[in-house]
Every structure is written in C-alpha cells, then in structure tokens.
Design a protein around this ligand. Sequence first.
Ligand SMILES: Nc1ncnc2c1ncn2[C@@H]1O[C@H](COP(=O)(O)OP(=O)(O)OP(=O)(O)O)[C@@H](O)[C@H]1O
Length: 247
Amino acid sequence: MSAALRLVNLTVSYDRHPAVHHVSAEIPAAEMTAIVGPNGAGKSTLLKALLGLAPHIEGRIESTVKRIAYLPQQAEIDRSFPISVFDTVLLGRWSRFGGFGAAKHVDIHDAQHAIEAVGLSGFERRPIDTLSVGQFQRVLFARLLLQDADLVLLDEPFAAIDSKTVNDLMAVIQRWRAEQRTVVAVLHDLDHVRRDFPNTLLMARELVDAGPTARVLSSENLLRARAMAEAWDEHAGACDVPMKLTA
Ligand SMILES: Nc1ncnc2c1ncn2[C@@H]1O[C@H](COP(=O)(O)OP(=O)(O)OP(=O)(O)O)[C@@H](O)[C@H]1O
C-alpha cells in the first residue's frame, strides 16, 4: 500500500511548547484513517500541521498529494456571516474562479448536485445561521464535495451529530474512499472507528501506535495512551519531553 503522507520525526509547537512530539507514521493512500486519542492529545494540531496551519519545528512531512480539503471543528467556524447554503457550497470552487471571477455553469450544476447528495435539496436559499448543527455539517460536506481533493481532512466531523446524519455523511466518506481519495478524520467514538476506519493513528502527544485499527485500538495501547497523556508536562520546552513513557 503506498503512502499519501509520510510523517518523519514531526514535532509541532506553539510558542516553543511542543503539542505533538517526534511523530513518525504513514497515512496510506486511498484509505480511511482515523486519528484518535484523549483530549489534548494533539489530534487537531497534527491535522493542522498536515495543512501547514501549525508549523513544525522539527522533522518533515513527505506528501504525494496535490489537492487537500479540510473540515475544521464547527466551533471554529463563524456562522454569523450572511450567506446562503448555496453560496457556502459554491465557495468549495473558490480556488478555481478566484476573487474576481464568476462561477461557471458547471460550478452551479455541481453545487446543486452536492446539495442533493447531502440531502439538503430545498435549503439552497436558507441563510446558514438558521441551520441546525447537523444541517450545517451537511452543508460543509457538500462544500468538500466541490473541492475535488485527493486528501480530505476532517476534524471531529460527527461531534454533536445525530445517528441519521452520521450515516448519511459516512456514505459521502465511503464514496470518497471508492473514488480512491484519502480520508483522515479525528474521531472520538472508538466503536465507530473500529467499524468503519481500517487504519488508525493513536496519539498521546507522541504517537502510541499506527496501523490496522484492530491492532492499534488494543486495550493495552488505550491504557498506555491515557497514562502518557496524563503524564505530559504542558510547560515542557521543545525537547525536554521524555521520548517514551510506559503505562
Ligand atoms: N493555537 C494554539 N496555541 C497554543 N496552544 C495550543 C493551540 N492549539 C492547541 N494548543 C494546545 O496544544 C495541545 C493539543 O491540542 P489539540 O487541540 O491538538 O488536541 P486534541 O487532541 O485535538 O484535543 P481535543 O480532543 O480536546 O479536541 C493542547 O495542550 C492545546 O492547549
């Protein structure tokens, strides 16, 4: 299996305090990978590092990917901007038509199609600040559909989402997988990960384990992750942090 991304000794810091420390792992291409770990384990930071939004101070990321799409946590998105569902979805094509260009017929058609694919037909003119959390997540998935990316990064896509919406959005993710796209999702529901994500990275600031989900999510690894997260020194400098802790 080829790698879409290879992380080599990656350390990501905020103000010289490492949030993710010495991670080496591969993200397989055309596969679904979950990133899991306790709160504060560095999962979102790792995702942001893959995008270049959290600069790494050590190590490197080797990539075979051309286009990346990113879904941040809903809490990070300002919904007060007065914009409709349709225009929000169309923004997925922003990079093609740019600041002063106009959307082409094909973009309008694809946006309509994406809105249908996530079950939101009839909502096109609704302002986004009137939507429920689940409906808004459907809008964001429709926007991702328009981005046509090789690598889709999702940060807690199912937080506060009901099971019907989760199932519908999982169908979109399965479709990306069938189209040979690489999907990486930060998730908290380990049963869901075991069911649907063949590959997992278990984080506790350092990498605990990476590879096939059934192996990575062993009770031994999960205990170890918890102990490592609890033992982490929040105020450690860039390289005063122990490389390995045992449970
Ligand atoms: N912009 C930032 N500036 C400074 N520190 C940050 C910043 N973002 C995250 N951190 C810190 O980095 C560490 C890892 O946070 P991160 O959000 O990556 O963890 P997480 O595993 O995604 O957590 P959760 O499951 O709670 O969302 C935490 O100690 C957090 O306080």
